[in-house]
Design a protein around this ligand. Structure first.
Ligand code: S6P
Ligand code: ZN
Length: 188
């Protein structure tokens, strides 16, 4: 039997850094510019090309017995009136679930089934959000500080971005009169 050594990672919430050897993904606006609705605002913001979010992945084998885990940081900001968000994905193995624990900030977790059924949960410090099998998921930062959350999911789950990259999700979250409002995505 192949033993894998137990180990700790450490999240420094002030520095917003995960102390682990794993891959750091940095998504800038240019990596997802077509996902925002206001094309003019997106084009304008591209001149600065801000970082929208980062994901610190702990290095774990992509095998079913393991648990992938990571820290995501979605920065505060908007493109037009649409808040910064993650790209969103299904898992490649569709029947795998995931748990998010919100550590800092305020957000919304949009989830959608292949038949378009939709749910939106609040993400606030201490919330443990359960993403059941089959639901696509995207996080949106609706606050004015970074939204930081821990995610854990089956080792071999993988990511499938395809449909959401093409069509988006059926709602978007925008700021209207200082409030985060859920709107139908007319482009979907
Ligand atoms: C992985 C988990 C998160 C996201 C991360 C970025 O299954 O759901 O770690 O990967 O929040 O989102 P996305 O949609 O760009 O992968
Ligand atoms: Zn996921």
């Amino acid at each position: 039997m192949n033993y894998f050594e137990p180990f700790n990672s450490y999240i420094d919430l002030e520095e917003m850094k995960l102390n682990s050897e794993g891959e750091l993904i940095i998504r800038k606006l240019s990596d997802m510019v077509d996902m925002f609705q206001n094309k003019k605002a997106a084009e304008e913001a591209l001149k600065e090309n801000p970082i929208i979010y980062k994901v610190y992945n702990v290095q774990i084998p992509e095998e079913s017995g393991h648990l992938q885990h990571c820290i995501s940081i979605v920065y505060p900001g908007k493109i037009g009136n649409e808040y910064y968000m993650t790209k969103g994905h299904f898992h490649k193995i569709k029947e795998t679930s995931e748990i998010y624990l919100t550590l800092k900030g305020r957000g919304k977790l949009i989830m959608q089934m292949p038949d378009q059924k939709l749910r939106v949960l609040d993400m606030e410090e201490g919330n443990i959000s359960y993403i059941p099998p089959y639901w696509a998921h995207r996080t949106v930062n609706i606050g004015d500080e970074p939204l930081i959350f821990f995610g854990v999911y089956r080792g071999d789950a993988g990511h499938n971005y395809g449909i959401i990259e093409e069509k988006g999700m059926s709602v978007i979250i925008v700021e209207e009169g200082d409030k985060a409002v859920i709107k139908n995505n007319l482009a979907n």
